[in-house]
Design a protein around this ligand. Structure first.
Ligand code: FAD
Length: 469
């Protein structure tokens, strides 16, 4: 039995959920520790997720532009060569700067990093197993922020060499001749884009008849066309039966999702990107009575409280979109609630972005859902082909789509396929957070020439009065 309370708050996991919760709680005057078993802080996102993938997306886009895009601007260079080792080294530098940044912020804010694997061993007690053995610490509150892990298909073993998860796909030592991606979701398409730009043939196999379930269907269809134009191959409505590996490579057997004859596809590398699951193993949750939901996530009450008093959970380990900024905002909200403030996350206004080029970004409701619910809505669309800045950038694929309530004009959702869509969506996030109407957005003076003018025009288009089409 351990003595007095060591901390006000112990957080297990230092991903965007955990580390941001730690920083906010420390700002608010709590004595905070964060348990992390990985050698560096920052979780999936900083180490093997958002940050290394964006580093490779940027590098591969630069390579691809130099090889295929510069000539159109009148820039003639010699043969463009790839130094993949340097590209990976730069990615590691970017990751290193970010994870060290979190360590610096912990020190600056007086947050203690308890190194090792955490387990809730008794009420208000976390046992940390690290290099020096196991040690227990007491806390008034405990937060589970253990995140998520990639999953595979039944019978498909990930070896991180020929059959890789996103983690292996971020580390390939050479450009595969043929990369087969299982799963047409965000991670599969981003990493597929990376290797396609560096020269791989990429084939995406998706069980459903469309890409990225959950995003607006019209945008998904246009996105599929754009990626096809770039050279990505799709086998939609197909399921993987088996993957066999040998020294010669991998053979993927697929079949139509509805059944039928099977066919085989040869690949050097197979990326399995079929989803992620909450990490709850080894935490002692069953023993202490923390309930999980039907998908194996920690069950919370809407205020991040679990079924056990004093234990909370945030981020990928609970329900909701598995996104870093969602985890961060939950971390802030929970820290504020723990000191009696009114922490809050507006789940209706969380942007989701796919960092391909062009990018895809969406926020709020999708058209299918509004239709299904019988909401009286209107649509405004504006293509980037009619936007001066997009033309100047030579990046005219895509459009802005705005959904607004027909009677009140209130913004209900916004979806963008286009250059820098992930940045553009922030304007609409701000507008929606303030309960804006489409007309509010349309009347704001937008600088010319900017990509954001396409947002203004789409808002005007909800009333059929876009100016530049
Ligand atoms: P995590 O980041 O998963 O962190 C959990 C941490 O807890 C880990 O470091 C783990 O080691 C630690 N931990 C687990 N159990 C224990 C234990 N018992 N003791 C001690 N420590 C423990 N999201 C975006 O918003 N934008 C993106 O661009 C994006 N890109 C992605 C790309 C890839 C390839 C992947 C895989 C994910 C991406 N995501 C992206 C998702 C994003 O990474 C997650 O939503 C986010 O990391 C969730 O944060 P978290 O704090 O809940 O958990």
């Amino acid at each position: 039995e351990v003595g007095e309370t060591d901390y006000d708050l112990i957080i297990i996991g230092s991903g965007p959920g955990g580390y941001v919760c730690a920083l906010r709680a420390a700002q608010l005057g709590l004595k905070v520790a964060c348990v992390e078993k990985r050698a560096t802080l920052g979780g999936t996102c900083l180490n093997i997720g958002c940050i290394p993938s964006k580093a490779l997306l940027q590098s591969s886009e630069n390579f691809h532009e130099a090889a295929t895009g510069f000539a159109a601007h009148g820039i003639i260079i010699g043969e463009v060569k790839l130094d993949l080792a340097r590209m990976h080294a730069r990615k590691a530098e970017v990751v290193g700067a970010n994870v060290k940044g979190v360590e610096f912020l912990f020190k600056k804010n007086g947050v203690t990093w308890l190194k090792g694997a955490g387990r809730i061993s008794a009420a208000n007690t976390v046992e940390v197993s690290g290099e020096g053995g196991a040690k227990s610490f007491r806390a008034k509150s405990i937060v589970i922020a253990t995140g998520s892990d990639s999953i595979s298909l039944p019978g498909l073993a990930i070896d991180e060499k020929q059959i890789v998860s996103s983690t292996g796909a971020l580390e390939l030592e050479s450009v595969p001749k043929h990369l087969v991606v299982i799963g047409g979701g965000v991670i599969g398409l981003e990493l597929g884009s990376v290797w396609m730009r560096l020269g791989a043939k990429v084939t995406v196999i998706e069980y459903l008849d469309r890409l990225v379930p959950g995003i607006d269907g019209e945008v998904a269809k246009a996105f599929e066309r754009v990626l096809s134009k770039q050279g990505m191959k799709f086998k939609l409505g197909h399921k993987v039966i088996k993957v066999e590996t040998s020294d010669a490579g991998a053979v993927v057997t697929v079949e139509k999702a509805k059944g039928g004859t099977s066919e085989t596809i040869e690949a050097d590398i197979v990326l399995v990107a079929v989803g992620r699951r909450a990490v709850t193993d080894g935490l002692g949750l069953a023993e202490i009575g923390v309930a999980l939901d039907e998908k194996g996530r920690v069950k919370t009450d809407g205020h991040y409280a679990t079924s056990v008093a004093g234990i909370y959970a945030i981020g990928d380990v609970i329900d909701g979109p598995m996104l870093a900024h969602k985890a961060e905002d939950e971390g802030v909200a929970l820290a504020e609630m723990l000191v009696g403030q009114a922490g809050h996350v507006n789940y209706g206004v969380i942007p989701a972005v796919i960092y391909t080029w062009p990018e895809v970004a969406g926020i709020g409701r999708i058209e299918e859902d509004l239709k299904a619910e019988g909401v009286d809505y209107k649509v405004g669309k504006f293509p980037f082909s009619a936007n001066g800045r997009a033309r100047a950038m030579n990046s005219t694929d895509g459009f802005v789509k705005i959904l607004a309530d027909r009677k009140t004009d209130r913004l209900l959702g916004a979806h963008i396929l286009g250059p820098d869509a992930g940045t553009l969506i922030a304007e609409l996030a701000t507008a929606m957070e303030f309960g804006a109407s489409a007309e509010d957005v349309a009347r704001i003076c937008h600088a010319h020439p900017t990509l954001n003018e396409a947002v203004k025009e789409a808002a005007l288009a909800t009333e059929g009065r876009a100016l530049h089409v």
